[in-house]
Unconditional design. Structure first.
Length: 278
């Protein structure tokens, strides 16, 4: 059973991403650059998961990586250039051994041969820095406009202290799950079960849930593409408090039975907020 590590959200500019997340009441980490032309300004949550707003910060390096068949960049470019771009382009699952994860996926006919390995410097709020190193393995995709599912192994031995980045004015505490829309649920049943290394639980009416370690994937029928990430669900300590915060910031939201949803500005999709339950 997999655990979500982070979600990728493509933005045209990190400054716009930062302002939007700050307006929602999140603390945003300092910007960081990847060696293949992208950069991020992450939102870290107290449960160890995070949201990764991603932009192109070095077009020459980005184009070179794409030309070289860099899996992460190829997939980012395919979704970033869609007329109806998804707000959430990928799910990274936590990995202790990306090589073993790749072999498992290949055995289940759900994986890619290619790997991505890179290092980068993380700037810390106190002015210090930490050197990070990652290895990524990838699940196969069924279409160019499908989201990317991959496995992120953090290879550095020292863990950066992000505690100052995880106390958010809106009271956000963690990531409860992700909702995926599919045109034909049966087509993706085995694939998504392999990706999550978990079993499907039927909910009726072609909707089902795949339990994760510390979360869930909710799969619902519908949408205009074969498979898309419709929303991310974030937990907050006090939903009434969060709503008052957003009202004070002029942030529009829509209510549902168990929470609220805020539409993403970078594409099709939303972030849902529910109250954390002890």
């Amino acid at each position: 059973m997999r655990s979500i590590d982070h979600l990728v959200m493509p933005f045209d500019a990190l400054g716009a991403a930062r302002q939007w997340f700050l307006g929602l009441g999140f603390v945003v980490a300092p910007e960081a650059a990847h060696p293949f032309g992208t950069g991020n300004a992450c939102v870290f949550l107290a449960d160890g998961r995070y949201i990764e707003p991603l932009s192109i910060v070095d077009p020459a390096a980005y184009d070179a990586a794409k030309d070289e068949g860099h899996l992460f960049i190829e997939r980012d470019a395919a979704l970033r250039n869609l007329p109806d771009r998804p707000a959430i382009s990928g799910i990274a699952f936590r990995s202790d051994d990306a090589l073993a994860d790749r072999e498992q996926l290949l055995d289940e006919e759900a994986g890619e041969e290619g790997l991505v390995e890179f290092g980068r410097t993380m700037r810390l709020p106190d002015g210090g820095s930490a050197e990070l190193s990652f290895r990524l393995a990838f699940a196969a995709i069924h279409a160019a406009d499908a989201p990317s599912f991959f496995y992120c192994e953090a290879r550095q031995t020292a863990k950066p202290d992000r505690s100052s980045l995880t106390t958010h004015p809106n009271g956000a505490t963690g990531m409860a799950g992700v909702t995926i829309k599919v045109e034909d649920p049966e087509m993706f049943r085995d694939y998504l079960a392999s990706v999550a290394d978990s079993r499907v639980q039927e909910n009726g009416d072609d909707d089902w849930t795949i339990p994760l370690d510390g979360g869930r994937l909710d799969v619902v029928a519908g949408g205009s593409t074969p498979l898309a990430i419709a929303s991310l669900t974030v937990t907050v300590a006090d939903l009434a408090f969060a709503k008052k915060f957003w009202e004070g910031q002029g942030v529009a939201y829509s209510e549902s039975a168990d929470g609220v949803a805020i539409a993403c500005p970078n594409g099709l999709g939303a972030i849902r907020f529910i109250e954390e339950r002890s």
